[in-house]
Ligand binder design. Sequence first.
Ligand code: PMP
Ligand code: GLN
Length: 378
Amino acid sequence: LPSKLPTVGTTIFTVMSKLAADTGALNLSQGFPNFNTDAKLLDLVEKAMRQGHNQYAPMPGVPVLREAIARKTSEVYGVNYHPDFEVTVTTGATEAIFAAITTVVRPGDEVLIFEPAYDSYVPAIDLNGGTPVYVTMTPPDYAPDWAQVREKITDRTRLIIVNTPQNPTGRVWTAGDLAQLADLVRDRDIYLVADEVYEHIVFDGRAYHSLMSNPTLQERTFICGSFGKTFHTTGWKIGYCLAPKELTAEFRKIHQFVTFSVMTPMQVALAEYLQEPEHYLSLSAFYQRKRDLFADILTASRFRFKLAEGTFFQTVSYADITDEPDYDLAIRLTHEIGVAAIPVSVFYHNLDDYRILRFCFAKDDEMLLRAGERLIKL
Ligand code: PMP
Ligand code: GLN
């Protein structure tokens, strides 16, 4: 069978997590917490199951969850999405992103993405016959270069994908970034996908600017969110897409044939859990403490880094330690010192002389301390 994705192999997250499991290494590679979610949320799932919420959910999502998402969005960002027409529950942000890209992109369209970029964007663009166009962001700041963006926009540009807070760099887009983007798309037929799965993990009192907070952007944006990061439930794969009515109508046509609907009892439970804002407003402080714990240890190492502004990832340069390519080093460190990380070159389409690793600090303190002890010896 001729492959539709000839250059795609197994994702780095699968490769590194498997290697970590096979070797018994501390797994700071794939992004997921090694601690459990809140027992209150688990009780709510059990309650929903026992109450009989075990059959197909409505295609766009259980109404109480759509209402809870709309209410939360209005309270946090002051933007109103109608639960019936503008909120869709999806199988993780991954499905929301895939369906949004599929909704917009046709053969011949160009899609701008900012590298380093999360790995699910390009295959979705390829499968829809689009052409990815890359804007490169460079360390240590990883700020979008607006002159470069302007140069790369053509009459064929149909979609721009933005990820803030950004995986793997931890960068959070500023209000200035959003204003620049709005200027560029204002008079053009360009849509936006905003991958905002780390919206509640932003550090040092920094303001978080969702793309929905800029009206020029909001009217053309598919906001993709996820409960996986926010409630320590990456394995539930429940996310959502917020988009204006006309965009949502087309989005749902795709969603209903990718998966139709999403697990009912989790949706019912999440709807109730979302009633308490503390459950998501406490997350930034929770992860900032972990970032600082991990970073304090690494200060004594030969890694060089700028603190992550958001997400639960810290990128570090190892240029002072070795010349090895980052992929080789990630494999070697897993075997030799028992710490698994992600090589950041995999988030670029053609970069192999990179000297940066990504560590996930969504881990209990003991694991962070043990990993740190091993890393400072390098
Ligand atoms: N986007 C980014 C930037 C991510 O880091 C992840 C997941 N880890 C996703 C999307 C996918 O989210 P989900 O697990 O909800 O599909
Ligand atoms: N988003 C997670 C990460 O960046 C991985 C999710 C996955 O394995 N697909 O590590």
